[in-house]
Design a protein around this ligand. Structure first.
Ligand code: ZN
Ligand code: ZN
Length: 135
């Protein structure tokens, strides 16, 4: 293999970059997303324009923390919605799903503190660049 062939092959290997439709940043489709000390590898869906909606950085910024155990909840993850027990001190970072009665978004981890809550939906990118619960 000569140098020219090598460069062509490297070019094929390098992942395609997209300009995200909604946030406008350049991004790869697959990559690492970090939030709250946790990093995952994610692959974003292709939208109707043949691009992705958000860059990996913006996806990371939409991650939240579980109201019950504090673990990060990334975009695309299944979530629970639960009512806090009377003696539960709701942390500041908890994301409210409804205010009255107060319901909060939690993760679906088997070791999560919330009991009896089934999957309520998925944490997905919302219109305003923030995540929301898609049911
Ligand atoms: Zn972005
Ligand atoms: Zn949790």
């Amino acid at each position: 293999m000569n140098l020219r062939d090598l460069l062509i092959n490297l070019g094929r290997l390098s992942p395609r970059r997209y300009t995200a439709t909604k946030c406008g940043h350049r991004t790869k489709r697959t990559g690492r997303v970090s939030a709250f000390g946790r990093t995952i590898t994610t692959k974003m869906p292709i939208n109707e324009n043949g691009s992705v909606d958000y860059c990996l950085d913006c996806i990371g910024k939409m991650a939240i923390r579980c109201a019950w155990c504090g673990n990060p909840i990334f975009i695309g993850k299944a979530v629970t919605i639960g009512l806090p027990a009377d003696d539960f001190k709701v942390p500041k970072y908890a994301v409210a799903y409804k205010k009255n009665p107060p319901q909060f978004v939690g993760c679906l981890s088997w070791k999560c503190a919330d009991v009896g809550a089934g999957r309520a939906g998925f944490w997905m990118p919302g219109k305003n660049g923030k995540g929301y619960v898609e049911r």
